[in-house]
Design a protein. Structure first.
Length: 418
């Protein structure tokens, strides 16, 4: 009877990401954070006494890799292989193989398997005593624009031991797949046709299970790189049993976490210190106990609704000053404020008394609000804000659109006008 195969599965490391539009100091910190996360993955493989560390594509962010990056990666992974833990890398669309593949420096090293071609091949995994403990079937991208399914090429099970497939691909329908290029697309049916026990996937940066039979996972990327990659990031610890599927556990490894803090109900917040206090409270609740290994935070403060600070925060200079103050007070590496959802407070009674289309529209919406029409609250805020900021012609067009919208919603409501 074969024993359980233990793996650490990571993907989408993206070494040498440029982190443009950030200050030099922040760029340097984020670039080193990617390395720290990878080093933690290597140490995790040692600590968990794993049989192999799997990297499912896009180890590099591009083919333009510095010699220093290449040398550092080779040293890190070769050291793990020398300790008796196998290392397997599949190339992806950011770091394709072929004749000029930059991962070639790892090829031929003992304990390192490089999958950098479009045809799958099988590698035998052995324990330190030389006994076969599993089989790894891997495939790589040999061009940056792989349009064909690689999953359809996988062979059958090579033996009775646990069998794992390693591939960088877009599984059609996976959560978050719409944000990624359609490279090496495959279907759930193609994954199911593989006579293996676990799929170690890369490409989609959202951590998720995409199949139960066989078990298939995206670990997400190792370190978040922008506000589209919020939350804990890291690796999967996988225990694979021949014919029995796989048990998967997440290990957070990223030292820098990206998060959004959303604040609404700001009608009584009239001073920056009050906003800072609200932000600190919300950030403390967001952090909770789920921040293992996090050393720095990249924060976006999203503000919504009516707020007396609306005019001040629409001024870029004032907003940047407040961002720096809040970053210091919250202990963030960097903080940005999204004030696009803010609305200015207005005297609706005075505006509704106007003898024009705006007044008539606000009186109508006021009646709807008193009747608890859910559309009215939004429409009132939008109308009043336009009254404060737009020219009369633009205001007239905006009011017409909102009134029509209100009437259409009312007409389509069950029991409404026909």
């Amino acid at each position: 009877m074969s024993r359980v195969l233990r793996l650490v599965h990571v993907a989408d490391v993206h070494l040498d990401t440029p982190f443009r539009a950030r200050s030099e100091a922040v760029r340097a910190r984020l670039a080193e954070a990617v390395w720290t996360a990878l080093e933690r993955a290597v140490e995790l493989a040692r600590a968990e006494d794993c049989d192999a560390l799997l990297l499912a594509g896009d180890v590099f962010d591009s083919e333009r890799v510095t010699a220093a990056t290449e040398a550092r990666l080779v040293s890190l992974l070769a050291g793990l292989a020398e300790d008796g833990i196998a290392v397997a890398l599949a190339t992806g669309n950011h770091d394709p193989g072929g004749e000029d593949g930059r991962l070639g420096a790892l090829a031929g090293r003992d304990g390192v398997a490089l999958f950098d071609r479009g045809e799958p091949r099988t590698v035998v995994l052995r324990d330190r005593g030389g006994r076969v403990v599993g089989h790894l079937v891997g495939v790589g991208h040999d061009s940056p624009h792989e349009s064909a399914s690689l999953a359809a090429r996988f062979p059958g099970r090579p033996g009775p031991e646990p069998t794992v497939g390693l591939m960088h691909a877009l599984v059609v329908g996976a959560r978050g797949s719409e944000r990624h290029d359609r490279y090496a697309p495959c279907t759930l049916r193609e994954l199911a046709a593989f006579d293996g026990d676990y799929w170690a996937l890369g490409h989609v940066h959202t951590r998720q299970a995409v199949s139960d039979d066989p078990v298939a996972w995206y670990p997400g990327n190792l370190q978040g790189r922008h506000f589209g990659e919020t939350g804990a990031r890291g690796a999967l610890i996988v225990e694979v049993t021949a014919g029995g599927g796989a048990e998967v556990a997440f290990a957070p490894l990223a030292p820098v976490r990206w998060e959004e803090v959303v604040l609404s109900d700001l009608a009584a917040v009239a001073r920056a210190p009050e906003l800072a206090a609200r932000a600190a409270e919300a950030f403390a609740a967001l952090r909770g106990d789920d921040a293992d290994g996090v050393e720095d935070w990249m924060l976006r403060l999203v503000l919504r609704g009516v707020c007396p600070l609306e005019e001040e925060l629409r001024d870029e200079g004032a907003r940047r000053d407040l961002e720096r103050v809040l970053a210091r007070e919250l202990g963030a590496l960097e903080l940005e404020i999204d004030a696009s959802g803010l609305l200015a407070p207005h005297d609706y009674d005075a505006l509704a008394a106007r003898d024009d289309l705006l007044g008539a529209a606000l009186r109508d919406l006021g009646d709807r609000r008193r009747a608890e029409d859910p559309l009215a609250e939004l429409a009132l805020d939008r109308l009043a804000s336009r009254a404060a900021r737009e020219d009369p012609r633009g205001l007239l067009e905006g009011v017409e659109a909102l009134v029509v919208e209100a009437l259409v919603v009312e007409a389509l409501r069950p029991g409404g006008a026909r």
